[in-house]
Ligand binder design. Structure first.
Ligand code: 5AD
Ligand code: SF4
Length: 585
């Protein structure tokens, strides 16, 4: 946002318009702005003369237009060691969590799981406590998703339940504060505050650093919002807090945002422009996780393999990598920077006993360097998510995916040749604008042709702001979308069963996660292809200590023979290491 726009919003606030009780601003500009809005815009019942006088005196000592310009041009990345001054209208004490208990609830994708930990890491540093008991909470934060209408409806329903909790709250307790974080805050902005008066805080995906300030403003009974998107926020210095001490795996966010602008997708509007986190800070996080004993990291990003670290000038001379053959982009070619192959190489060297996965990639960014590395390195899982979205070139063009069915199928063959035994998964959308029965049949045939191991299938949901919303017609009737979706699910299941059948009787390396949810005598874990595997908790030999009989613990690697193909079932053979198993299997 341009600083001038920001000043205009302040004026609107001062005019006591619909935004009057909302504090809108970015981390860097908001200090000044919110000093106005948070003190000038109390909820109606609090509009007292005294407060206005107080505001006037604070305003006189407040920021000038110069402050807006200064803060707007300030560098965005902050070092964790930097101590922030409190905004002029809040004392340090007001910014602290004062042991308030925060309950965080996550909806949507894995990026949101990671964002929840980032938000929590920021709040924890500010003196908040975390609770897993809703009744105990002083602050409830929902990390939300906007990708489809249904995802948003779930949040609206949840807000109605929370409203009851808020109104029933005894006066003896501090008032309950409710916050909406993430994509829905970004997409709907003030609509949420207007529709649901009991929402106190809105924070978009790039505004989590501002949470302590937003909550401090909310403490005084006002609504507070920051939904500005950033060009360079990657939370590089915010180490997510591992909340589950027995976890064997963790997510590591490596890039945020998306520049692809697929015509159906809201993500570029809710999560903003593509930006990558510096390689050094990613490696630092992976090393820490390895030291903590974690055995698997999943590199995360909206377009994880479009990674491009441009944080240092000399990276511009880095060797460039190509797009996958037959693929194009909707944006002007980008130059330089350390690419995904480099990062993957470095990350996989941190700990040879640590499995590396990544999600979600775009098929356009699979140059040979990346495929070669996946093939070569024992600890990079031979598993690739390759979102196709449709099997019809005509629909793919309307979706602006930048490839045809033929180019996609060629890539699948190339990947299978480069990485024998690779496990493939995909996303598909049923009933996109203008999709005919013939287009649908083509998608069914792609499912049959590729025979994915895993799939994520959705009915198309029109999203405002997208290109499809403006230029295309959502003309496939709902019941047709659902029928096509059902057909895709059926075909996908049939093919996945066949694909997974191949592993029956084979030896598989499994990372043990813990007890199976269904049975106390079974353990569960995941194979290299990320399929869930269930097997009896039995004694076995330990390859590293011949003669020793052991039981598998979370974080162990065990070999199993798989005996069924849905959720794989199997029998343990021995405890082993990733290195040993790749040498001997
Ligand atoms: N409707 C249905 N599915 C969608 N996706 C993205 N946008 C929409 C939409 N508007 C699906 C795509 C994407 C996955 C994360 O969600 O398949 O890959
Ligand atoms: Fe959405 Fe396309 Fe970006 Fe994926 S690549 S987040 S589908 S715009």
């Amino acid at each position: 946002m341009h600083p001038l726009q920001c000043v205009l919003q302040v004026q609107r606030s001062l005019g006591w318009g619909p935004l009057a009780s909302v504090s809108w601003l970015s981390l860097r500009m908001c200090r000044a702005h919110s000093s106005l809005s948070s003190t000038t815009c109390p909820s109606p019942e609090r509009q007292e003369d005294g407060a206005r006088k107080d505001f006037s005196s604070r305003l006189a000592a407040g920021p000038t237009f110069r402050h807006f310009l200064k803060s707007a041009s300030a560098p965005q990345e902050k070092l964790s060691s930097e101590v922030e001054d409190p905004p002029p209208y809040l004392t340090m004490d007001e910014l602290l969590g004062r042991q308030r208990k925060v309950y965080l609830e996550t909806y949507g994708c894995q990026m949101n799981v990671n964002d929840t930990e980032i938000a929590w890491s920021i709040l924890q540093k500010s003196g908040y406590l975390r609770t897993s008991n809703l009744q105990e909470a002083d602050v409830i934060l929902l990390v939300t998703c906007s990708i489809r209408e249904k995802a948003e409806q779930t949040i609206w329903n949840r807000l109605h339940q929370l409203k009851a909790l808020k109104t029933r709250r005894p006066r003896s307790r501090v008032p309950l504060r409710i916050g909406i974080l993430g994509c829905m805050a970004e997409r709907l902005k003030e609509e949420i505050l207007n529709r649901e008066k009991m929402v106190d805080v809105l924070a978009g995906p790039d505004a989590y650093r501002d949470l302590p300030r937003l909550l401090a403003v909310a403490e005084s009974g006002q609504q507070a919002a920051n939904v500005l998107l950033s060009l360079d926020e990657t939370y590089a210095d915010v180490m997510p807090v591992q909340t589950n001490p027995s976890a064997t795996s963790a997510f590591v966010s490596i890039m945020r945002g998306c520049d692809n602008m697929c015509s159906y997708c809201i993500v570029p509007f809710t999560r903003g422009r593509e930006r990558s986190r510096p390689v050094a800070s990613i490696l630092e996080e992976v090393k820490k996780l390895s030291e903590q004993g974690l055995k698997e990291v999943t590199l995360l990003g909206q377009n994880v393999n479009s990674f491009r670290d441009n944080s240092e000038v000399q990276f511009n001379n880095a060797v460039s990598t190509n797009l996958s053959r037959g693929f194009t982009t909707n944006y002007k070619a980008k130059q330089g920077g350390l690419r995904f192959a480099h990062l993957l190489d470095q990350v996989s060297r941190v700990d040879p006993e640590m499995r590396i996965r990544f999600t979600s990639p775009h098929p356009k960014d699979f140059p040979d360097e990346v495929l070669q590395l996946i093939h070569e390195r024992d600890n990079i899982c031979k598993q690739i998510h390759l979102p196709a979205q449709s099997g019809s070139s005509r629909v793919l063009e309307a979706m602006r995916r930048g490839y045809s069915r033929e180019a996609y199928v060629e890539l699948v063959h190339h990947i299978r040749e480069s990485i024998p035994g690779v496990s493939l998964s995909s996303d598909f959308i049923a009933g996109f604008c203008g999709e005919t029965e013939e287009d649908h049949v083509q998608t069914v045939s792609l499912l049959r042709e590729v025979q994915y191991n895993m799939g994520f299938l959705f009915a198309y949901s029109m999203r405002q702001k997208t290109r499809a919303y403006h230029r295309l017609k959502d003309d496939v009737p709902e019941e047709v979308k659902l029928r096509r979706l059902e057909e895709l699910i059926t075909v996908f299941r049939e093919e996945a069963t066949k694909a997974n059948q191949i592993s029956v009787g084979c030896t598989q390396l499994v990372l043990v996660e813990g007890l199976s949810k269904r049975s106390a005598t079974d353990l569960c874990g995941r194979n290299d292809g990320n399929l869930k595997v269930i097997f009896p908790d039995a004694e076995m030999e330990d390859v590293n200590n011949p003669g020793l009989r052991v039981r598998a613990q979370p974080g162990d690697y065990v070999l199993i023979t798989s005996a069924s193909s849905q959720t794989l079932r199997g029998h343990v053979l021995c405890r082993t290491t990733l290195k040993d198993s790749s040498e001997n299997c």
